[in-house]
Design a protein around this ligand. Structure first.
Ligand SMILES: NC(=O)c1ccc[n+]([C@@H]2O[C@H](COP(=O)([O-])OP(=O)(O)OC[C@H]3O[C@@H](n4cnc5c(N)ncnc54)[C@H](OP(=O)(O)O)[C@@H]3O)[C@@H](O)[C@H]2O)c1
Length: 341
C-alpha cells in the first residue's frame, strides 16, 4: 500500500484519536498526517509515530490537492460543508457522519460485506452508524444463503457513541448520583447515570427516532435488500464503551439455530462466544477496545417458528467507526480506488 497523506477532521475527538492508534495497529503507511478540529481544540498536540502533531482549526482552505485521504469524523454539519470540498480536490473522502449515508451517489461500505460498492464511489464513501455495522455483520452470512425478511432489534448503547463529552458526562453524573445528587450533564436526553433512556437522536414522524430509522435504512442499503422490514428501538444505557443489542430475525426460510451459529462464526470480523452450559456470552466490557463483533445467545425464537434471536456487542469507536474506516481505506487502496478521479 502507498503512503498516503491523511487529514482527519475531528482529529481531537473520540473516534479521531482512536483512528490514530489504529493507523499504527494496522501498519498503515502514512506520508503526512494532519489533525483538524474547531477553535476549541486548535493548538492541542497529539503524538503519532514519534512526531508531535498540532491540531489546527478547520477552514475551507484546509482542503487541498495534497491530501490523498480525508477522514471526516466531526459532525453532520461539518461533513456537509467539507466532504464535497475535499472530494473536489481529488481526495478520497471517508465520512463518519450520517450526512451522506443514504445518498444514492455515495456508497455505504462494510468491507467484509459490500466491498464492491467502493468501485462506484465519486470521491465520498460513507461509514455506517455504529449500531448498523454489528447487526448486519452478524446477519450477513445467513442472509447470503437465506434472504433476510424482517428484523426487530433493541439496543443498549454506551455513552461513548455520543462522543467525548458524553463519556465525561456519565462520569460526573455518576459521581454526583452516588452522593445523592441528580445533576444531568445535558449530554443525553435525560440523566443517564443509573438510568436507561429510550431516545437517541430526535423523533421523526411515526414515533421512531432518527437513530432507529438509520438502522433500518442502512441495513437495506448495505445488504442490497430494499424490502427487508426493520423495527429498531435504540436505548442509551450508562456503560462507557461497547454497544449491545438483541436481534430477532426472520428469513425467507426457517433457520436452524445450530446452522445459524456455524454461519455467523464463519463471518470475517465476527466472533461467536456462546456456551450457555458454561454461562459464556459477550458483554460490552468484552467488546471495549476490541475490533471484532462479538455474538452470543444464538437460539431459535420461541415466539416465531423458524425465527432466530441473538445478542451482539461491539466497540462503537472501533468496528463501529475507526476500524471500519481503516479497512475501507485499505480495501480502496487494494482496488486502486484512492484518488482515482
Ligand atoms: N462515537 C461513536 O461511537 C461514533 C460511531 C460512529 C460514528 N460516529 C460519528 O463520528 C463523528 C465524531 O464522533 P466522536 O465520538 O469522535 O465525537 P467527539 O468526541 O465529540 O469529537 C468530535 C470532534 O469533531 C470536531 N468537530 C466538531 N464540529 C466540527 C466542525 N464544525 N468543524 C471541525 N471539527 C469539528 C470536534 O472538535 P473540538 O475537539 O474542537 O471540539 C472534535 O474534535 C460524529 O459524526 C459521530 O456521529 C461516532
Amino acid at each position: 500500500m502507498d503512503a498516503y497523506n491523511i487529514t482527519v477532521v475531528g482529529g481531537a475527538g473520540l473516534v479521531g484519536r482512536e483512528f490514530l492508534q489504529l493507523l499504527d495497529q494496522y501498519n498503515v503507511p502514512v506520508g503526512r498526517l494532519r489533525l483538524l478540529a474547531t477553535a476549541r481544540s486548535a493548538g492541542k498536540v497529539f503524538e503519532f509515530r514519534g512526531d508531535r502533531i498540532t491540531v489546527e482549526e478547520t477552514t475551507p482552505e484546509s482542503f487541498t490537492a495534497d491530501d490523498h485521504v480525508v477522514f471526516l469524523s466531526a459532525s453532520g454539519a461539518a461533513s456537509k460543508q467539507y466532504a464535497p470540498l475535499a472530494a473536489s480536490k481529488g481526495s478520497f473522502v471517508v465520512d463518519d457522519s450520517s450526512a451522506f449515508r443514504m445518498d444514492p451517489a455515495v456508497p455505504l461500505v462494510i468491507p467484509e460485506i459490500n466491498p464492491e460498492d467502493l468501485e462506484w464511489h465519486h470521491g465520498i464513501v460513507s461509514q455506517p452508524n455504529c449500531t448498523t455495522t454489528p447487526m448486519v455483520l452478524a446477519l450477513n452470512p445467513i442472509h447470503r444463503v437465506n434472504p433476510l425478511k424482517r428484523v426487530v432489534v433493541s439496543t443498549y448503547q454506551a455513552v461513548a457513541g455520543a462522543g467525548a463529552a458524553a463519556v465525561e458526562g456519565l462520569k460526573t453524573e455518576s459521581r454526583a448520583a452516588l452522593e445523592g445528587r441528580h445533576e444531568p450533564s445535558g449530554t443525553q436526553k435525560r440523566e443517564i447515570a443509573f438510568n436507561a433512556v429510550p431516545q437517541i437522536d430526535v423523533f421523526d414522524a411515526g414515533g421512531y427516532t432518527k437513530e432507529e430509522i438509520k438502522m433500518a435504512n442502512e441495513t437495506r442499503k448495505i445488504l442490497h435488500a430494499p424490502n427487508v422490514a426493520v423495527s429498531a428501538t435504540c436505548v442509551r444505557i450508562p456503560s462507557f464503551f461497547g454497544h449491545a443489542m438483541t436481534v430477532w430475525a426472520e428469513f425467507e426460510r426457517p433457520v436452524d439455530a445450530e446452522e445459524a451459529k456455524r454461519l455467523i462464526a464463519g463471518q470475517a470480523s465476527v466472533r461467536v462466544i456462546d456456551d450457555p452450559a458454561r454461562e459464556l456470552y459477550p458483554t460490552p466490557m468484552d467488546a471495549a477496545g476490541n475490533d471484532e463483533v462479538l455474538v452470543g445467545r444464538i437460539r431459535s425464537d420461541s415466539s416465531l417458528p423458524g425465527g432466530l434471536t441473538f445478542w451482539t456487542v461491539t466497540d462503537s469507536i472501533r468496528k463501529g467507526a475507526a476500524t471500519n474506516v481503516i479497512q475501507v481505506i485499505q480495501e480502496a487502496a487494494r482496488r486502486g480506488l484512492v484518488r482515482r478521479r
